[in-house]
Write a protein that binds this ligand. Structure first.
Ligand code: ZN
Length: 457
């Protein structure tokens, strides 16, 4: 494709070529130089539309780029591909405190959205570790999950409306501001979670919630998996809908993040098989804390909880979350092979036992860790050891094959990208995949948008 065509649309500062492209990295998981043909940086929806119309006419593949924090190689632009970054579209347009909405351009970092909401006493509840770099548009395109899904749902549940540009440059203005709108098809859902394969999200109307005024946090240990699931039911029922996190760590994970060289110290002993980080949020600090302790006390009395530590300061709360968020620990042993699966909670114990047994037998040189958002049925499994292509394929079989019989998903919250594409048929039926291909063909007939990601090219 003639890059002059693009330069004429976006101006000189809107187009990066040659050595300047190589100065950029591929992504958070691959810090090698970006090999894209060029990176185009439109400054408005109109420019996005003209860029896509030109690429559509030329049959030029386009890879959308957000903050490059994805974990499935969904935005790695390679040779012959043009990266499309909305980094110049980072305006917060307005906050409406009565309707509790925020209107933004897609290139705003997630953390900026959270901070802007907070200034108005409001909460944008989507939150995950990469908040400082991730673009809110990318989090919508991937329907990101995170640590408070149990209370507020996935990103999808916090998007009221959006504007998207189709492959041929057609702008779809679907900037709905209402919670309810059943006037025919909810078109925004086509673009949420489709990883930039059906259109480019350019602007958003986000749903805000009231900012909680109190937070209660505890780290507890359980002796049996059935106690963990009973504890989830008990806490959720007794707290009346204020449970906002229920993060489980299997013993090996907990031991590693609370043993030097890891910096964290252990709030409760290391001898238990399961650990749960529990959090609730409310509106009355004193009464909420008393209720939280009472409900946790009941769980201890009934034997569901073997040991417990309640955070009595912000510093203690942060220290508990740092244990759960300590992913650096996996890199000590080389490049980790990381998974993001989901399955019914009732299947989880046997599934994890089966996977860990298989990994121990077939890949004994790899450290094995299990943790995740158990309240959402979402587990992260990590095998850490020497980087090795054959080992990676073998480890994938150990993790994915036992999922099939349980109708689990190969991606709970990270998406498919290039990374999980070969495994997609394990989680989706032939009829579902066929409908996805028909949607793709209807919206992107020349197949220029993120080709080969999610669906085969
Ligand atoms: Zn996660």
């Amino acid at each position: 494709m003639d890059l002059q065509t693009l330069a004429a649309i976006v101006g000189p500062e809107g187009l990066i070529t040659g050595a300047d492209v190589r100065k950029r990295i591929v992504s958070w998981v691959d810090p090698s130089p970006c090999l894209a043909l060029a990176i185009v940086r439109p400054a408005s929806t109109e420019q996005v539309s003209k860029v896509l119309a030109a690429c559509h006419a030329a049959g030029q593949p386009v890879v959308p780029m957000g903050g490059l924090t994805g974990l499935v190689r969904g935005c790695t632009a390679g040779p012959g591909e043009i990266g499309l970054s909305l980094e110049r579209m980072h305006r917060i347009e307005s906050v409406d405190t009565v309707n509790r909405t925020m209107t933004v351009e897609a290139g705003v970092p997630l953390q900026k959205v959270q901070e802007e909401a907070e200034k108005h006493g409001l909460l944008y509840p989507v939150d995950f570790g990469a908040r400082g770099s991730a673009h809110v548009g990318g989090s919508v395109a991937t329907n990101a999950g995170g640590n408070s899904v149990i209370r507020y749902g996935m990103t999808r549940d916090s998007v009221l409306g959006l504007e998207a540009v189709l492959a041929d440059g057609t702008v779809i203005p679907a900037m709905n501001r209402m919670i309810k709108n059943n006037a025919a098809y909810d078109l925004k859902q086509l673009f949420i979670g489709s990883e930039g394969t059906l259109g480019i999200v350019t602007r958003l109307v986000l749903r805000l919630r009231e900012m909680p005024r109190s937070t209660q946090t505890a780290l507890v240990a359980c002796a049996r998996f059935q106690d963990v699931t009973a504890l989830l039911k008990h806490m959720d029922a007794a707290l009346g809908g204020t449970l906002s996190a229920f993060e489980v760590m299997w013993s090996e994970f907990y031991r590693t993040v609370t043993t030097p060289p890891a910096k964290g110290s252990a709030p409760v002993g290391q001898e238990h098989p399961y650990y749960v980080l529990i959090e609730a949020t409310g509106a009355d600090a004193e009464r909420d804390q008393a209720r939280f302790e009472e409900v946790l006390g009941e769980a201890i009395e009934s034997g569901l909880v073997a040991d417990a530590a309640i955070a009595s300061s912000v510093a203690q709360r942060d220290a508990m979350w740092e244990l759960r968020d300590n992913v650096e620990v996996f890199f000590r042993f080389g490049m980790p092979v990381a998974f993001d699966v989901s399955l019914p909670i009732t299947e989880m114990e046997r599934y994890v036992d089966e996977v860990l047994e298989r990994l121990a037998k077939e890949w004994p040189a790899y450290q094995r860790y299990v943790f995740g958002h158990l309240g959402d049925g979402n587990l992260h499994i990590v095998a850490a050891g020497p980087p090795d292509r054959a080992a990676k394929a073998g480890i994938e079989r150990c993790v994915y094959e036992p999922l099939a019989a349980r109708s689990g998903s190969v991606s709970a919250e990270h998406g498919i990208g290039l990374e999980k594409q070969p495994w997609l048929p394990l989680s989706r039926s032939p009829a579902e995949l066929e409908l996805m291909k028909r949607l793709k063909a209807a919206l992107d007939p020349h197949g220029i948008l993120n080709p080969g990601r999610v669906l085969p090219a």
